[in-house]
Design a protein. Structure first.
Length: 114
């Protein structure tokens, strides 16, 4: 299983970015795809997750600002990030869990700065 993330970049506070992550390889029909992030000096944390059945889970810090979605036909998950804050700056990682097997994508940098 390979995960290819894209969409990071530099954005001003209050701005928006959309991350994408495409999974390829042996993707099972049932899985959970998620976004994690890790800022310098901090532990990696779950940002948002979504199952193939469309159940979602968000970190409290991003509720109401970030929206996770997915296209199951394309095995792709998206993260729409609005009202970005400097504290959202981090490397964002795509993640898939299928039957307990976990895979990570390469990170994509999100910088929030004026």
């Amino acid at each position: 299983v390979q995960l290819q993330a894209s969409g990071g970049g530099l954005v001003q506070p209050g701005g928006s970015l959309r991350l994408s992550c495409a999974a390829s390889g042996s993707i099972l029909r049932t899985n959970v795809m998620a976004w994690y992030r890790q800022a310098p000096g901090k532990e990696r944390e779950m940002v948002a997750a979504m199952s193939t059945g469309s159940s979602t889970n968000y970190a409290d810090s991003v509720k109401g600002r970030f929206t996770i979605s997915r296209d199951n036909a394309k095995n792709t998950v998206y993260l729409q990030m609005n009202s970005l804050k400097p504290e959202d700056a981090a490397v964002y990682y795509c993640h898939i869990n299928q039957r307990g097997f976990v895979y990570w994508g390469q990170g994509t940098q999100v910088t929030v700065s004026s």
